[in-house]
Design a protein around this ligand. Structure first.
Ligand code: GAL
Length: 409
C-alpha cells in the first residue's frame, strides 16, 4: 500500500469515527414542513402552532408524526448588531422559544431551516462562518432539527449565484463546520442534522458521517415527473440508508393539484418502503379525505418505521422486463425485522401484477407465507400474490417470516 492510500484510509476512518452516531434519527423522521404549503408565507408561528394542533386533532401525533419544521424565510433579512439571527417579529410575535415550548408541551418537536452559504435560497442570512453562534441560538430556543441548504455556497462564479453550477470544492466542506458545531453542542441538546445539498457529490456515500438524513435529489415539485425522477433513483442507493442516517427523498407532496389520486398513493407508499423521512408538505386545514387516509395508513407507517431501517430496492422476477432509467420499476422488496415488504408499483402501466414469493430476495427459505396488503387490507397464506393495479397505483405487501415466533397480523 502506498503512503497516499494509507493516508486516505486514515482520513476515511477518522471521518467515520467523527460521525454523528448519537442516537438521533434511528428511524426516518416523520412530520410536516412549511415549504410546500405557502413557501415564505408559511414560515410563521401561526402555521407552526396550527399544525401542532392538527397533528393532535387528526390523530397524526399518535401515528408518529412528530416534527413541525419551519423552512426558509423565518428570520429578518439581516442579523442584529451582535451577529445573531433574528426571528421575523411579524411572523413570530412572541419569538421562537415560546412557540417551541408550546410544541414541546404537546409532545412534539420543532425543526428550523438554515443554509451553508452566506444567504439562504430565498435570500435570508446564511450560516457560513457563523456556525457556532447559530447553533448556540438553536440550542437556546430548544430546536430539535436543523435542515441545512446549499444556496449561495462558495462558487467559482462571482458574485455567487443562488444555485452554483461549479462549486469551489466538494459540498462536504460546506457542511463540515455546521456538523462540528452540532456535535460540539450535543452535550446540551441533540439536534437532528438534515443535509439539503440536493444529492450533490454522492451525498449518500458520506451523509451518515455528516448528518442524520440527507436529500438525495433536487426538489420534489409536486408533479409526476418529480416522483418518477426521485423514486426511481432511490433504488440505486438503498444500501446507504440505515438507523442514524437515511436518504431523504424530499417532502411528501400529497394533495398537489399536479398529481392524481393514484399517484398520491404510489408517492406515499414508495417513500415509506424506501425508508425516506415522511415529512408532509401540505396544508392540514384543507387536506382531502383521500389524502388523509393515505397519510394515516398505519401499516405503511409501521413498515417505514421498522427497527431494521432497511430501504427497499428493486428486484427482477423471472420473465419481467428490465428496469428503465428514470421510470418507476414495478417490483420492490426490502427486509423488515419480522418479514419482507414487497412493493408493486404500476408507475408505467396498469394491469395484472404477480409475484411468487420464491423470486423475492429475502424469501428463499420456504414457499408458503402469511401476507397482508396495506392499501386494500387483503391478506392470506400462499406461495405468492397477484393484484389488478390501476395505472400509477401501488400495492404494498408485508410477508411475515416469523410466524410461530410470537408475530401475526
Ligand atoms: C431549496 C430546498 C427546498 C426549500 C427551498 C427554500 O433549496 O431544496 O426544500 O428548502 O430551498 O428556499
Amino acid at each position: 500500500m502506498s503512503w497516499k492510500s494509507v493516508l486516505l484510509l486514515c482520513l476515511s476512518i477518522l471521518e467515520f469515527a467523527s460521525g454523528l452516531n448519537d442516537g438521533v434519527g434511528l428511524k426516518p423522521h416523520m412530520g410536516w414542513s412549511s415549504w410546500n404549503v405557502a413557501q415564505c408565507n408559511a414560515a410563521s408561528a401561526k402555521y407552526a402552532l396550527d399544525t401542532a394542533d392538527k397533528f393532535i386533532s387528526l390523530g397524526l401525533k399518535d401515528l408518529g408524526y412528530e416534527y413541525i419544521n419551519i423552512d426558509d424565510c423565518w428570520s429578518t433579512k439581516s442579523r442584529d448588531s451582535s451577529g445573531k439571527l433574528v426571528p421575523d417579529p411579524q411572523k413570530w410575535t412572541s419569538g421562537i422559544k415560546a412557540v417551541v415550548d408550546h410544541i414541546h408541551a404537546k409532545g412534539l418537536k420543532f425543526g428550523l431551516y438554515g443554509c451553508a452559504g452566506d444567504k439562504t435560497c430565498a435570500g435570508y442570512p446564511g450560516s457560513e462562518g457563523r456556525e457556532k453562534s447559530d447553533v448556540a441560538q438553536l440550542v437556546s430556543w430548544g430546536v430539535d432539527l436543523w435542515k441545512y441548504d446549499n444556496c449561495y455556497t462558495p462558487c467559482q462564479q462571482s458574485p455567487r449565484p443562488q444555485t452554483c453550477q461549479n462549486p469551489v470544492g466538494n459540498t462536504k466542506q460546506f457542511y463540515a463546520p455546521m456538523r462540528d458545531a452540532i456535535i460540539a453542542a450535543s452535550t446540551q441538546r441533540k439536534i437532528h442534522f438534515n443535509l439539503c445539498n440536493w444529492g450533490r457529490d454522492n451525498v449518500w456515500t458520506w451523509g451518515a458521517t455528516y448528518g442524520h438524513s440527507w436529500r438525495m435529489s433536487i426538489d420534489n415539485w409536486g408533479d409526476w415527473p418529480s416522483i418518477e425522477r426521485i423514486g426511481s433513483s432511490a433504488a440505486d442507493i438503498s444500501n446507504y440508508s440505515s438507523p442514524g442516517g437515511f436518504n431523504d427523498l424530499d417532502m411528501l407532496y400529497l394533495g398537489s393539484p399536479k398529481i392524481n389520486a393514484n399517484q398520491e398513493k404510489l408517492h406515499f407508499a414508495l417513500w415509506a418502503i424506501t425508508k425516506s423521512p415522511l415529512v408532509l408538505g401540505l396544508d392540514l386545514n384543507t387536506i382531502s379525505n383521500h389524502t388523509l387516509a393515505i397519510i394515516r395508513n398505519k401499516g405503511l407507517i409501521d413498515i417505514n418505521q421498522d427497527s431494521l431501517g432497511k430501504a427497499a430496492t428493486i428486484f427482477r422476477p423471472a420473465g419481467a422486463a428490465a428496469p428503465v432509467r428514470g421510470k418507476i420499476y414495478p417490483y420492490w422488496a426490502g427486509q423488515l425485522s419480522d418479514g419482507v415488504v414487497i412493493g408493486l408499483a404500476a408507475g408505467t402501466a396498469g394491469g395484472s401484477y404477480k409475484v411468487d414469493f420464491k423470486d423475492v430476495p429475502g424469501l428463499k427459505g420456504q414457499t408458503v407465507y402469511e401476507w397482508k396488503e396495506m392499501y386494500t387490507g387483503q391478506g392470506g397464506t400462499g406461495t405468492g400474490v397477484s393484484f389488478e393495479i390501476g395505472l400509477y397505483d401501488m400495492r404494498v405487501v408485508k410477508v411475515l417470516t416469523t410466524v410461530g415466533q410470537g408475530t401475526s397480523f
